[in-house]
Design a protein around this ligand. Structure first.
Ligand SMILES: [Zn+2]
Length: 145
């Protein structure tokens, strides 16, 4: 007969808090608005000045956010333009111009959110990697942090 492993203490930061913080571009660990450097639009902070969570990651970590940004632009912006042009709601020439300009502007506008959403995605799947959640966990549970 097998016995169940002892239950772990509850997480300090729940998955729903991680989602709420991610959707509002906040630090997943402490909830502060510190993901990006002050006064700069596109540069992430190396670490959260509030709690010290390492935000800067290995090269390639944020490739997922680029895919997210691309998918968002295609699904939310370009596809509706294409459908409207196909059905004659917009003439082809203006649709082409709007689509071309939007293909550049929409990813720029969504850049910060795509980074935050990707970080949210990571910690939603692995909430035990957040420093705030490691304090309530026994040592050695997860070596991938
Ligand atoms: Zn923080």
């Amino acid at each position: 007969m097998t016995s169940l492993p002892p239950s772990l203490p509850p997480l300090q930061v729940t998955r729903w808090q991680i989602v709420a913080r991610g959707l509002t571009n906040r630090c997943p660990n402490c909830g502060a608005r510190t993901l990006f450097q002050t006064g700069k639009l596109f540069e992430m902070a190396p670490a959260c000045p509030q709690c010290g969570l390492k935000i800067e990651r290995d090269e390639g970590f944020f490739l997922g956010s680029m895919s997210l940004n691309y998918g968002f632009t295609v699904v939310v912006f370009l596809t509706p333009i294409l459908i409207m042009a196909f059905h004659g709601v917009i003439a082809p020439a203006p649709a082409f111009i709007i689509g071309g300009i939007g293909a550049v502007v929409v990813p720029m506008l969504f850049y910060r959110s795509s980074r935050s959403w990707w970080l949210m995605n990571y910690y939603f799947v692995l909430p035990q990697h957040l420093p705030a959640n490691q304090a309530s966990r026994p040592g050695g549970e997860d070596e991938n942090t």
